[in-house]
Design a protein around this ligand. Structure first.
Ligand code: ADP
Ligand code: MG
Length: 137
């Protein structure tokens, strides 16, 4: 596992690079507390991958879909998921069979049903440094 403490600008640049390098199908999970920067990072990854529309938090819809030249992109926020079984109601099987980039906030809510080969990212606050976030993968 590697980790780095990044400013907002650095985190965005890191996310754009990661996005540019992604090859669908891929599932990427982003864990971390509220305000840790998960949505900010998703937005950067989407931009890097080639999503031109604005990427907004799917807190209420739970899932948003975007277009990119290379594949669809799904952004899930599972904060309000009541349990792993609920994933089926989000159309999870269709999402997986769409050969897409799938970005998932709060993956712990769906513990046990996400693909075992998902790429895992963790974000956390850095004590005493409100401008930094620690990113681990
Ligand atoms: N180094 C940093 N990396 C990411 N976000 C940061 C950083 N410093 C400050 N922030 C701020 O923290 C907030 C993160 O919010 P958000 O991305 O919505 O988090 P989450 O989705 O994890 O709840 C944003 O307001 C962002 O501007
Ligand atoms: Mg968020």
């Amino acid at each position: 596992m590697s980790s780095a403490d990044l400013t907002l600008d650095a985190l965005i640049a890191w996310g754009e690079q990661l996005g540019a390098s992604l090859e669908a199908p891929v599932v990427l999970t982003l864990a971390g507390d509220l305000g840790a920067g998960k949505t900010t990072l998703v937005q950067a990854i989407c931009r890097g991958y080639g999503v031109h529309e604005p990427v907004t938090s799917p807190t209420f819809a739970l899932v948003h879909q975007y277009r990119a030249a290379r594949s669809p992109v799904y952004h899930l926020d599972l904060y309000r998921l009541t349990g792993p079984h609920d994933l089926a109601n989000l159309g999870w099987d269709d999402i997986l069979s769409d050969r897409a980039v799938v970005l998932i906030e709060w993956p712990d809510r769906a513990d046990g049903v996400l693909p075992s080969d998902a790429q895992v990212l963790h974000l956390e606050h850095v004590n005493g440094h409100p401008e930094l976030r620690r990113i681990s993968r």
